[in-house]
Design a protein around this ligand. Sequence first.
Ligand code: SF4
Length: 486
Amino acid sequence: MALSLSVNSETSAPLHEINKHWVKKFDENHHLITTEHGSWVVLDGKEFRLFKMDKLEEDLNLFSVLEEKGVIITERNHDKLTNMYRMRFNRIFTGTNLHIITPTLRCNQGCLYCYPYAVHENKKGVDMDKKTAKATIDFIFQSPSPYLTIEFTGGEPLLNFPMIEFMIERAKKINKSKEADESGWWNGIKKITFQLVSNLTLMDEEKLEYLMMNKVHICTSLDGPKKIHDKNRPWVKGSSHEKVVYWIDKLKELKYPFFSTAMPTVTRYTLPYVRELVDEYIKHGLNHISFRPIFIAGRAEQTWDKIGYTAEEFVEGWKNYLEYLLELNRKGVNMVGDDIIILLRRIVTLQPSSYTCLGAPCGACITQAGYNQWGDVFTCDEGKNSDVFKLGNVKENTYREVFTSKDAINFIGLTTTVQDDTSPWHPYSSPCHVSSYGQQKNLITKTKQDYILQVHDLQIEHMFRKLIFNPEDAKIMMNWVKNSSI
Ligand code: SF4
């Protein structure tokens, strides 16, 4: 029986068209139909045959379900379906709201997967100067989005803390003033969120006080227990793990209200220790975690033989991680997988997600942009590691010039259209074109070889299997979705 029921008193099926769809047959009684706008339905063998032969007048209940989901198009559901498409692709109607800035390319750690390919902390000429910092903030304020998240990442951003302070003050000042209005940049005051992504090795009380006063959200990396974290994130001055957990504990103890969370980067070294990884988060009072594959970008391109894995190897580890989270939740431990929420939201809701790296188009140039220390503008944060993804410069171009440029439009076109159109997971999954370029040295990815696309496809299939065949696990995961704003 199709997943939802509704009563229809008509005796013949109204005129209709079959919408674009894909089919995944799990077994004789479970045919999953997926659609481009994300709705889906599971049909049993009889229903599937009626659907395929377009004999829906023989089962008007089935007709109603397919109409409701937009698998078929009728006069009655035309407007509703248009809205469903609009919601599904909502990100293309918003201005760029996530702006990720590199105040310095220097870093004091040598993480094996570093996407921006940070340089030694003593290197000269790779810090953002005041002129560039001012131009970057002024450029960001030209975005039509009423919401701006200004994120400082690196390198290690705390190595150029004065420039972070300068940019925060500049953003606060122009948001209050008429300067921007007079320049015709935007109408009205924007809601700004500041965010710092730091390894926390250089954090101190004074910096923390400034960050607190300015409601700066702090996010850091915790790659698991000491043996994994220190291997992934070497630091010449000692154990980077000891330093980061000191500050995580401190932020928790101080009840720092804007501590977003910690996130792990999963390398080959992590895969045998997924339980230990989750336990490490619990040990430090963190009840959210995310288990995401490394993109092949920056230093990860060079170290891939050491730290990389196949899509299948990664997903095997990820399944173990998910099972452990479910096991903990069954025992009453509140531990949530943010990556699971992101995947599930693609499947069970048409609502747009704030996560930019899943979907076609992805958020590159649409909801996200990256800025390096010289004011060059890139498609997204990860794109900063190659000039292939450069769109312009904040000192030479306006926002309009950059985001209506051929390069930006072409890149959005690429992330929208270069997919595996034969796959039933196509509406939920996507490659990352920065990672594809790192893997294949070609912007037009060969989808059958695309490692990130394979990971997403396998994960989406697993999510569907949970939803269809394992209601208890599905209930736990759906609760995570309901209680989350990701
Ligand atoms: S190109 Fe890749 S890293 Fe950039 S926003 Fe898209 S999916 Fe994310």
